[in-house]
Design a protein around this ligand. Structure first.
Ligand SMILES: CC(C)(COP(=O)(O)OP(=O)(O)OC[C@H]1O[C@@H](n2cnc3c(N)ncnc32)[C@H](O)[C@@H]1OP(=O)(O)O)[C@@H](O)C(=O)NCCC(=O)NCCS
Length: 201
């Protein structure tokens, strides 16, 4: 099985965002608890190692063809797996990206997702050459909305999303931002300054 990274890891102060590897399947399956899954449309819990392995292979295919960036988030202090962040094109060749994330419950509420997502968003705008990014969450997912607002995203509407893990439609609220708004948000000093580059972030 090929465990080579498809892109160089990105370090933030406390986290490392790296390419998901087939060898991660067991730990990804283990940390995907019902408490996280209930907020996600397509990550079931319990999750088998086989299901995680299949998901990782699909993620790597999407990275390879430029359809998405998937990041396995590690705790830099001890290399523990913290979670997963994805920015995927809404459609093939689309300039609109969909942001999603989850974090191992042991690390919640310490600012890790905000920190890691900022790096992921910068990388995605650059490497996927996106014009805008959006993210949606169930109407009562206050933590997710707080993360999106921290990134500079603004409320843009609501729509129904099919949640395959629960086999039902769910109403979700969406936030979005254009690339220009994100750059301006950074420039205004609301978030840490990191250079955003279209070809390589
Ligand atoms: C959403 C999630 C990734 C947030 O991760 P996190 O690392 O705890 O978030 P942060 O610590 O960066 O916090 C960001 C903001 O959310 C707020 N927040 C975090 N957890 C919260 C909670 N349980 N209740 C209320 N606010 C919360 C923080 O106070 C912070 O707000 P602030 O910037 O106004 O201070 C995490 O709760 C999670 O994995 N949830 C399950 C999966 C999920 O919901 N994914 C998103 C689906 S679209």
């Amino acid at each position: 099985m090929n465990n080579d990274d498809l892109f160089k890891p990105i370090d933030t102060k406390r986290t490392r965002l790296r390419c998901p590897r087939p060898d991660d399947a067991a730990v990804v399956a283990k940390v995907m608890t019902p408490g996280i899954s209930r907020w996600l449309a397509s990550w079931p819990a319990p999750m088998t190692q086989q299901a995680a392995a299949t998901r990782i292979l699909k993620a790597r295919e999407e990275i390879a063809v430029g359809q998405a960036l998937h990041f396995l988030v590690e705790h830099r202090a001890d290399n523990a797996v913290m979670g997963w962040i994805c920015v995927s094109r809404a459609e093939t060749l689309s300039g609109v990206g969909n942001l999603s994330y989850w974090l191992n419950e042991a690390y919640h509420h310490c600012g890790y997702t905000t920190e890691a997502s900022l790096a992921a968003v910068i990388a995605a705008f650059g490497r996927l050459n996106l014009d805008s990014m959006e993210g949606g969450a169930q109407v009562d997912n206050v933590a997710s909305f707080a993360v999106m607002r921290r990134l500079g995203m603004e409320l843009c509407g609501e729509r129904i999303v099919w949640a395959s893990t629960r086999c039902r439609n769910e109403l979700c609220i969406f936030y979005s931002m254009t690339r220009d708004k994100f750059v301006q948000y950074q420039r205004d000093g609301v978030m840490p300054k990191i250079v955003l580059n279209r070809s390589d972030a």
